[in-house]
Unconditional design. Sequence first.
Length: 312
Amino acid sequence: MKEHDPVKALKNDVGITAALAVRGIKIFLADKMGVFFSLLAPIIILMLYLLFLGDIQIDALKAQLEGIPYDEKTVSAIVDGWMIAGVMAVSCITVTFTSQNVLVKDRENGTLADFLAAPVKRGVIAASYMIFNIIVSAIICLAVLCLAFIYLAITGWYLTAADVFAAIGNTLLSIISVSVLATLASLTFIKTEGAHSGFVGILSAAIGFLIGAYMPVSTFPTAIQYVTLFLPGTYSAGIFRSIFMEGAIAELGFEPVREGIREAYSVNMDFFGKTIGVDIIAVILVSVTVLLFAAYAVIQIILVKKNKFFNK
């Protein structure tokens, strides 16, 4: 009887995970129209902002600054930063859930059943789908981020090099946190392409409002504000707002004015009655991501033991 070699087994699991993840990436990228529409959706949201919501927010901010000297370019930059923060936060959620349709298709056409019949751990299969999801979502969302940088370079650049790297880091962290939820949903209750499309449609329509991407969270009733604190995307959006808005806000002359804008546009968040800044928001998002991974691992173990993991 051969002795079990844990190192060899680990290498085998890693190799299988990588191979399955690469397969998922190739399948997703092979669907050129799917990739195009995944990239198009965030761009459409940005265009809606620029064509409709932008002017409304600029007028609202000017009304708030009435009687205080300000530069028109700075006001536009603040609003542009708020809009781009919303686009990025929403994109990290919708793109991540949308791209997980590869798993749903595999479940529906029987490919997943073939994987399960092979001598491969179910956890390895699940990990491969999550890794694939993170990679393709990162490709698309970072492309959107590049477009946002180009737009800001043309209209008014208030970012530092640290801000650029922070935006990239927050994009990746946001995708990772959402990927846990997207993978778990696709492994459990989303079992057909129709259900997946319907779920993503509802999510796309609702999430922008819930995380304060379409209007500042500060305008919501207090009860709704507290509900948004249970969504990881709320903290992702808060970090993006700080990155894209602080440089322009700093150009305003009076600290009370700057602080008022931070409060109005939820750059500083109301965390159950206590105001918190970007440093605490970042700690919360990292903590939430770790907790989501822990919860995912526990749920996976429970479902595997009950033989319900990947069940149709």
